[in-house]
Design a binder for this molecule. Structure first.
Ligand code: PLP
Length: 412
C-alpha cells in the first residue's frame, strides 16, 4: 500500500518541505567549519538559555513566541515539533503539551473565557467529560451533554449564542463521526473545540482548523505510536486564543519535556510507514471479522454499522484509521477468552504499532453499573481493537481465540 492509496498527505514530505523552507537540517543547524550536520535532532536539556548580549535579549522579548529563553515557555525541540504539527494544519499555530488532557485543559480554560454554557455531543473521552462538568460547576454555567447533533440542533433556540461546544470525531468506542461544518452552520457564534485524536495525523480532509476554534489531539496515541510518550497538542488560528493557550502552558508548566519531544519527532519521521501498515492490517481484519460467525456487529468510521455516515467519511477523512470495534455473539465469553491471546495486548490505548485490545466494560469503564453502561451501548460483548503492524496471521489467530464459542468448541 502506498500513500496514494490512503490519499492523505505524506508526513515525510511535510517535514522535508519545512526544512527546505527554513534552510535547516533535520538535526541541529550545521556548523560551517565541519560541513556536516547530525541526521537526528540533538537532545538539549537546558532549562534556561544564555543571551549572547543585550541585543539578543531585546530580540527575544520582541519575539516572545518564537524565542527560546526558559524551558517552561519553549525549547528548540518543542519548536521543531510544533513547526511540523503546524505544517500539518495549514500553518495554524500549535502548542505542544505534556499530555492530551493538558492540551484539552488549556483549550477549555482559554476558550471558556467568554462563554455562558458548555455542550458536548455524543460519547467523548471519559476524562474530558469529567473535566468539562467540573469547569461548568466552577463557573456556575449550564452543561448540556447530548447524544447527537440533531438533538443539539433541536435545543439551539434555548442555548446562549456564546456556548462552548466540545466534540470528538471519530468517537470512542463506536467510531461515529461528527459533522463539524454542520455544527458551525448551526452555531455560528459558538466556540467549537474538536478532539481529533482518533483520526490520527494528516487525516483531516475537512480543514477543521479553519472551522473549529481549537483543534486538540493526544499524541500519546497515533502520533507517538510506540506507547512510550504522553503528549498532546492544541491548534488555534485566532491570535488571542493561541496566546491564551501559550500563556496557560507557561503558567501551569504543562509543556512537553524535551526527551518526549525528541521521541515525538522520531515518531513523526516514521509515521507514514506505520499508518500505511496499520490501516492495511485493519482493513484485512475488518474483512476477517465480517466473515466470522461469532461477530454480531462491526463499528468502523463510515462503514458497517456506521455506513449511513459513509458520505460524511468521504468528506471528512482520508481513511478510517486502525481502530475498530465489534460486538461478539452472546455465546462468546470474552472475559474468559481474553486471557488466551498471544501477541495482542490488553491495554487502554490505541493507534500504536502494537495491537491492543480492550473490552470497554472491563477496562476503561471498570466498575460502572451495568445500567449506566447500557445507556452507552456497552457490555462485555463490545470489544475495541487497535490494529498494529504485526504479521496479519498473529492478529487473526488471536481474534479466533477471542471469538471461540462455548457451543462450537466445548469448554476448552
Ligand atoms: C487518550 C485521549 C485523550 C487524552 O490524552 P492523554 O495523552 O492520554 O492525556 C483525549 N482524547 C481522546 C479522544 C483520547 O483518546
Amino acid at each position: 500500500m502506498t500513500d496514494r492509496d490512503l490519499g492523505r498527505p505524506s508526513i515525510t514530505e511535510i517535514i522535508n518541505r519545512v526544512h527546505l523552507s527554513r534552510d535547516i537540517t533535520i538535526g541541529a543547524p550545521a556548523r560551517p567549519r565541519h560541513r556536516t550536520a547530525p541526521l537526528v535532532p540533538s537532545i538539549n536539556l537546558s532549562a534556561a538559555n544564555e543571551f549572547a548580549d543585550l541585543a539578543a535579549l531585546e530580540l527575544a522579548h520582541a519575539d516572545k513566541f518564537n524565542s527560546v529563553r526558559y524551558a517552561r515557555d519553549a525549547s528548540e525541540l518543542i519548536i521543531q515539533a510544533e513547526t511540523y504539527l503546524s505544517a500539518m494544519h495549514a500553518s495554524t499555530p500549535v502548542c505542544v503539551f505534556q499530555s492530551g488532557m493538558a492540551a484539552i485543559d488549556a483549550a477549555l480554560t482559554t476558550a471558556l473565557g467568554p462563554v455562558e454554557a458548555i455542550a458536548t455531543v455524543g460519547l467523548i473521552y471519559r476524562k474530558s467529560a469529567y473535566l468539562i462538568r467540573l469547569k461548568a460547576q466552577e463557573r456556575r454555567i449550564p452543561c448540556l451533554q447530548v447524544g447527537s447533533m440533531d438533538e443539539l440542533a433541536q435545543r439551539a433556540a434555548a442555548m446562549p449564542a456564546r456556548t462552548l461546544i466540545f466534540v470528538e470525531t471519530p468517537s470512542n468506542p463506536f467510531l461515529e463521526l461528527q459533522d463539524v461544518h454542520r455544527l458551525r452552520q448551526l452555531f455560528p457564534e459558538a466556540l467549537i473545540v474538536v478532539d481529533i485524536t482518533l483520526q490520527g495525523l494528516v487525516n483531516d480532509k475537512a480543514d477543521l482548523h479553519a472551522v473549529a476554534d481549537v483543534v486538540v489531539a493526544s499524541c500519546t496515541k497515533y502520533a507517538g505510536g510506540h506507547n512510550d510518550i504522553l503528549a498532546g497538542y492544541a491548534a488555534a488560528r485566532d491570535e488571542d486564543l493561541f496566546h491564551g493557550l501559550w500563556e496557560f502552558r507557561s503558567m501551569r508548566g504543562c509543556i512537553l519535556d524535551s526527551l518526549s519531544a525528541y521521541l515525538l519527532i522520531r515518531s513523526l519521521r516514521i509515521y507514514d510507514i506505520r499508518i500505511e501498515r496499520q490501516v492495511a492490517n485493519a482493513r484485512a481484519i475488518l474483512e476477517f471479522l465480517d466473515g466470522h460467525d461469532a461477530v454480531a456487529a462491526i463499528y468502523y468510521p463510515g462503514m458497517h454499522e456506521n455506513s449511513r455516515q459513509h458520505p460524511l467519511l468521504l468528506r471528512s477523512q482520508h481513511h478510517g484509521g486502525s481502530v475498530l470495534t465489534f460486538r461478539t455473539s452472546p455465546a462468546v465469553e470474552t472475559r474468559r477468552n481474553i486471557d488466551r491471546l498471544l501477541s495482542t495486548k490488553m491495554a487502554p490505548s490505541f493507534g500504536s504499532i502494537d495491537s491492543l485490545i480492550e473490552i470497554p466494560a472491563i477496562v476503561s469503564h471498570w466498575g460502572k453499573p451495568a445500567e449506566e453502561l447500557a445507556l452507552m451501548g456497552i457490555d462485555e460483548h463490545v470489544v475495541r481493537l487497535s490494529v498494529g503492524i504485526e504479521p496479519l496471521e498473529f492478529i487473526a489467530a488471536d481474534l479466533d481465540s477471542l471469538l471461540s464459542q462455548v457451543s462450537a468448541h466445548g469448554d476448552r
